[in-house]
Design a protein around this ligand. Structure first.
Ligand code: ATP
Ligand code: MG
Length: 442
């Protein structure tokens, strides 16, 4: 019986022949098929594995196709001219077909039984994973049973060593082997559990939620750069809101965004509502085939703490722009200790924040200048988001919406009717706000 989210190990695979499963070659990308056939022709084993097989069996469209083989990365490179070897921690071959990349991984073997072998830290974390093995060994070192299903290009059968087919049918996410060991080997697997639970709507195997609640803090030892990738997979693949809810339920959100999480735990409903709205909008954009940008995502996920800090800084007498700049720098610096945000995203992220102070200032040529800024559209979308969550920026939103649609003559009229009183009114309001903020925080 599976206990604590673990699987009993029976090493005889279940093999489901072509006519008894729903995977059709018509649903597999041509590039993936080319790689599979070519490896097979060269005398190697070649399987589709991971999310591709899982999603096809669920009748979903896979995000990408991963291939597993007994060819070494160097042998794969020799076969495919359009191939690059990547990764140190986990060496892989990437076969390029235009924009599509087929990831080809050589079968991996488990690490030495003692757990202290090469590439493993004292607390059991795997640092390198480049020991090659057999198909069977490869199946058991994967994370979840539903991720360890193989589609064999030699006879089009599905191979299941770990009970993945039954779990797929039952909608259960279960670690292969002892769940505690598997989490300690690689704490990121907790985030992967949250992601797959959110994406597939699966439940966690019995005991797994409790185990994650217990071991969540192991994520503190994961390199921030790796967490950046996970954040994008959690929030930029069409199930962001659900990911957020599962992360909250498993108390993992704070290991990615401690500052934001702290505010929410203190009962800051605005921050929680803001994130929910932002993630809902992100999901809608993705489902509508529109682009999404990490700068905007991080701007939204960190807005709570920035907004909160701005209140203090305004009370100390800073202007809104100064306060946004200062708060932005502080919050970003602390965030980088947890999750890397590459500069190409953190610069525009801060611009989205600071532009919030510029959007109300529309006199003279300012509105036109703002409109020409590369980050205008993102900053405007951010303003809409603030409005959606109930900040009193409704009129400003409408004004900017109209201004973008207006022709030149209408634009000039719009700026003219703002009058010169705008600036004075805003200054008076800001003084009131700083007094209120000072009062709030004593
Ligand atoms: P998707 O691509 O839909 O997000 P996926 O299951 O394909 O999901 P990938 O991150 O692409 O996920 O990884 C491919 C496969 O590699 C997984 O299905 C799993 O079998 C294995 N894998 C990936 N990361 C880990 C890990 N940290 N520990 C163990 N196995 C892993
Ligand atoms: Mg994948």
């Amino acid at each position: 019986m599976p206990l604590n989210g673990t699987t009993t190990i029976d090493r005889t695979p279940v093999i489901v022949p072509r006519e008894e499963h729903c995977i059709s070659r018509a649903d597999i990308s041509e590039s993936a098929l080319k790689v599979l056939y070519r490896l097979h022709k060269e005398g190697y084993q070649a399987y589709l594995v991971g999310g591709g097989v899982r999603d096809l069996l669920l009748g979903r469209t896979p995000k990408d196709f991963d291939v597993a083989t007994d060819a070494t990365p160097e042998e794969v490179r020799r076969i495919f001219r359009n191939c690059r070897l990547i990764g140190r921690r986990f060496r892989l071959a990437h076969v390029h077909f235009g924009r599509e990349i087929i990831e080809v991984a050589t079968f991996r073997a488990p690490h030495s039984a003692g757990g202290a072998g090469e590439g493993v830290t004292e607390d059991g974390q795997i640092l390198r994973d480049n020991v090659y093995g057999t198909l069977e060994e490869d199946a058991f070192r994967r994370d979840f049973t539903v991720n360890a299903l193989y589609y064999n290009i030699a006879d089009f059968s599905v191979v299941d060593y770990t009970g993945g087919l039954a779990d797929l049918q039952a909608g259960v996410l279960r670690f292969i082997g002892d769940a505690r060991t598997r989490i300690l080997e690689d704490p990121v697997r907790m985030l992967r559990a949250a992601r797959f639970a959110a994406k597939l709507g699966f439940s966690l195997a019995p005991g797994l939620r409790e185990l994650i609640l217990e071991l969540g803090d192991r994520l503190d030892n994961v390199p921030p750069a790796r967490l950046f990738d996970e954040v994008l997979k959690l929030f930029h693949t069409g199930h962001a809101l659900h990911s957020y809810e599962v992360l909250q339920d498993l108390d993992l959100f704070g290991y990615l965004f401690a500052q934001t999480d702290e505010l929410i735990k203190e009962g800051d409903d605005y921050t929680d509502a803001f994130i929910r709205q932002a993630l809902h909008n992100t999901d809608e954009r993705i489902h509508a085939g529109k682009g999404v940008n990490p700068a905007f995502l991080f701007a939204a996920l960190l807005w709570g703490p920035v907004h909160d800090e701005v209140k203090y800084l305004l009370a100390e007498g800073m202007t809104e722009l100064q306060a946004l700049q200062e708060a932005g720098n502080e919050i970003l610096a602390a965030q980088l200790e947890q999750v890397t945000i590459p500069k190409r995203f953190s610069f525009p992220m801060r611009e989205i924040w600071t532009t919030q102070a510029r959007l109300p200032k529309r006199q003279g040529k300012r509105a036109w200048r703002l409109l020409e800024q590369p980050r205008f559209r993102a900053a405007y979308d951010f303003l809409l988001l603030r409005c959606q969550v109930g900040e009193p920026v409704h009129e400003l939103c409408n004004w900017w919406t109209l201004f973008q649609e207006a022709d030149e003559a209408e634009r000039q009229a719009m700026v003219k009717t703002l009058g010169s009183g705008e600036g004075r009114k805003r200054r008076r309001k800001r003084r009131r706000k700083s007094r209120a903020a000072a009062g709030d925080h004593g």
